[in-house]
Design a protein around this ligand. Structure first.
Ligand code: PEP
Ligand code: MN
Length: 358
């Protein structure tokens, strides 16, 4: 399945080497916003971001300046020629964005998981041509993420994309939010035409980790990045540890390599094609071997049944685990991988034996 959406190159926003959204976590004052925008005006931004309403974990924290900040964003747009973007969480927020000609909106990670909230936002945007990015839900749930996107698509919006901003986890990890790359990769497999950005700021939670996550996203051929930049991160009213200064942002984008350029190189294309051909043929052999193995296993099942012996023989399973782990390690395969592989093969073998040939 794929959703027919407008490619990012046709959204009418600047795309340099890669698409970039950047700006402060929150709009705080007119000076802060204009000074940050001044520092970013020559970076070829796709849009300048600033949160007006901030969903905070605890009440009483800085919750954003609200509609007051829109006049400041309008000045950013007029003075520096930058398209601007804001997070929306209610239909009233959408109205305010439409009134002030906001170029891009995004749905926050705490809003995406709520189908009622997402539907009310999609309904509020019906009939408009708004550009919308849907952040992943805070929990690692791919279906909720896709479902939210489908609601905007269902409301007729076509300039829709997603932002990978990491996932909550009970495990203590290096990052503020675990990247769980498998989820956005699976998203890209299921919906290859949908533009995907990475938000390394919210994944990392710390400014010095941002480069490696941003580079990893570009290596995985994401369409772009959204990064928090503040003129004075140490005194920011929200997410102060993860924001870069405009100067640090300049250095970051200079250091990043956009890998899609490499992919166009002919030599790379020719070699990767050969290697993929080999992998495809090995996978075919693997499937054939597995098919043959299951055929034999079914015959063993019939034999066991005829002799009144139960399908599952624990001694045999122990023998398989031990001997396969040894052969695997001789070839440099991780013991855990070999165990999981044979566990899955063995489970299927038991199932097939129970079904049998007869
Ligand atoms: C944000 O982008 O400022 C924000 C609140 O992000 P998230 O919804 O990813 O927490
Ligand atoms: Mn933030």
């Amino acid at each position: 399945m794929d959703l027919p959406v407008t490619p990012l190159s046709e959204w009418g926003l600047p795309i340099g080497n890669t698409f970039l959204g950047a700006g402060p976590c929150s709009a705080e004052t007119e000076d802060q916003l204009l000074a940050t925008a001044r520092g970013l005006k020559d970076c070829g931004l796709g849009f300048f971001r600033a949160g007006m309403w901030k969903p905070r974990t605890h009440p009483g924290a800085f919750e954003g300046v609200g509609v007051e900040g829109f006049e400041w964003l309008v000045r950013v747009k007029e003075e520096y020629g930058l398209p601007v973007g804001v997070e929306v969480a209610t239909p009233e927020h959408v109205e305010a964005c439409l009134e002030h000609n906001i170029d891009v909106v995004w749905i926050g990670a705490r809003t995406t998981p709520n189908p009622f909230a997402v539907q009310s936002l999609a309904d509020a945007m019906k009939g408009t041509d708004m550009r919308v990015f849907v952040k992943n839900p805070i929990s690692p749930d791919l279906e909720l993420w896709i479902g939210a996107l489908e609601r905007f698509h269902g409301a007729g919006l076509r300039k829709i994309g997603v932002i990978h901003r990491g996932f909550s986890t009970s495990k203590k990890v290096l990052y503020r939010f675990a990247p769980h790359w498998k989820i956005p990769i699976e998203f890209k497999r299921r919906l290859p035409g949908v533009p995907i950005l990475c938000d390394p700021s919210h994944i990392c939670g710390k400014s010095d980790l941002i480069f490696s996550i941003a580079q990893e996203a570009l290596d995985l051929l994401y369409d772009g990045l959204m990064i928090e930049v503040h003129v004075d991160p140490a005194n920011a009213l929200s997410d102060s540890k993860q924001q870069l200064t405009p100067e640090q942002f300049h250095v970051l984008i200079e250091r990043l390599t956009v890998k899609s350029e490499l992919i166009q190189c002919e030599e790379y294309q020719a070699r990767i094609k050969e290697l993929r051909f080999e992998v495809d043929s090995l996978d075919k052999q693997l499937i054939e071997v597995l098919g043959k193995r299951m055929e034999i296993v079914r015959e063993m099942g019939d034999l066991k049944r005829k002799n009144g012996i139960s399908t599952l023989q624990p001694g045999r399973w122990n023998e398989i685990v031990a001997s396969r782990a040894v052969s695997g390690s001789e070839l440099g395969l991780a013991a855990e991988f070999v165990f999981e592989l044979f566990e899955s093969i063995h489970e299927e073998a038991i199932r097939q034996q129970e079904v049998g040939n007869d």
